[in-house]
Write a protein that binds this ligand. Structure first.
Ligand SMILES: [Ca+2]
Length: 387
């Protein structure tokens, strides 16, 4: 292991913008929305004493109780098993499509039924933390497009394939020439509430890339569904939405439409960032909170042993983070003073967790990634209002 996240690279999956499903929680959601705005001001003020730092925050804020949001309840149940290093999953109708990092194939299943292959990409390589990474789905009328971020010998790319009658059609390239390598490939893709496709790109261990606005490495990208540059992107003629990232692998939007992202740090701090268009998130000058006004500090940070964040989801006022290195699921809620509170779930119980999302049954689903590939699973657990 050259580094703790050499094989951690996992991604956050394809988070479709989740539709709120509980009218009973809408009041709480409003509270969270205001709390998030308050939080934004805290971040801008960059007051370390106010913004807790992840695992440490959990203990230092042990008296703080969430005022809103949801928590998992009960024991997770297995939805599917036999997956090989699943990286991303997207519900499509009654099915769920899953990427497995080491294979060019995408598989699908209906809950209770066996896995089957639905198609593959032809140009493909799996090495280091690269391979078949993020998936996203775009439904246009009766047409369904499956987007995939995958590695090739020439770097990473995003393709899309029509999905009909249970099979993927031929891939067409959406974006080529994304930097790639053995590690720090990023790889999460998701459509935002604005209808644009976002992608997290790692710096491939090239420290020159994150601060170079002419490179797509160490960036979060924003593009039209066909890979074009939106006219309202922060930099002219550029797909770059934010920069100064190391290896971001999680994307989610809150109720206010604000984008958030998780990011693997190096040896000290893993990050949850509130993403501003054109923002510089500091790598490689700063890891975690540096208090340097030239860079945007993370809203929360965790010691790298406790976290190793891949997938990110936002459901009913609560962030859920797949802790790969930390082998646990994290939730982040807001306490009565407007501060985020992180809570760990299932530490060590299910091994490495790659991705988390709202499943087709409305429960919280998460993907396991035990070392060696083996027999990995998707697990489901109900959510209930936080007490
Ligand atoms: Ca940072």
């Amino acid at each position: 292991m050259k580094s703790r996240d050499f094989d951690n690279c996992a991604g956050a999956g394809p988070l479709r913008h989740e539709v709120r499903r509980s009218a009973a929680l809408s009041g709480a959601s409003t509270v969270v929305r205001f709390a998030m705005f308050a939080l934004a001001f805290i971040v801008i003020d960059a007051t370390p004493a106010v913004v807790p730092s992840g695992a440490h925050a959990q203990s230092s804020n042990s008296n703080a109780t969430p005022i809103s949001g949801v928590m998992p309840v009960g024991t997770p149940v297995e939805i599917v098993s036999g997956l090989s290093i699943p990286w991303s999953a997207v519900p499509v109708g009654e099915e769920v499509l899953v990427s497995q990092r080491g294979t060019a194939e995408i598989v699908a299943f209906r809950p209770g039924e066996a896995l089957r292959s639905v198609g593959s990409v032809r140009v493909f390589v799996a090495r280091g933390d690269g391979g078949m990474l993020g998936l996203a789905v775009l439904e246009q009328g009766t047409d369904v497009w499956i987007y995939a971020y995958h590695s090739t010998t020439e770097g990473n790319r995003i393709v899309r394939m029509p999905y009909s009658n249970g099979m993927l059609g031929d891939p067409e390239v959406v974006l080529d020439g994304i930097p790639g390598g053995r590690s720090h490939n990023g790889g999460r893709i998701a459509f935002g509430p604005d209808g644009m496709l976002y992608a997290t790109v790692g710096e491939t261990r090239n420290l020159e890339l994150p601060q170079d606005l002419n490179s797509l490495g160490g960036k979060i990208l924003r593009m039209t569904p066909d890979g074009g540059i939106p006219s309202d992107n922060p930099f002219a003629d550029s797909l770059v939405y934010s920069f100064g990232h190391r290896n971001p692998q999680g994307l989610a939007w809150d109720d206010a439409g604000q984008l958030w992202a998780t990011e693997f740090g190096s040896d000290t701090w893993d990050e949850l960032n509130r993403i501003e268009p054109g923002g510089n998130y500091g790598w490689p000058i700063v890891e975690g909170r540096g208090g340097n006004p030239d860079y945007i500090d993370p809203v929360m940070q965790w010691g790298t042993r406790e976290m190793g964040p891949s997938g990110l989801a936002y459901i009913d006022g609560t962030f859920f983070i797949a802790g790969l290195t930390g082998q646990r699921l994290w939730s982040v809620t807001i306490d009565a003073t407007g501060n985020p509170v992180a809570t760990a779930h299932y530490t060590g119980e299910y091994g490495r967790i790659r991705h988390v999302f709202e499943g087709s049954d409305g429960n919280l689903w998460f993907l396991t990634n035990t070392r060696g590939g083996g027999d990995n699973r998707i697990l489901s657990v109900p959510l209930a209002p936080a007490q």
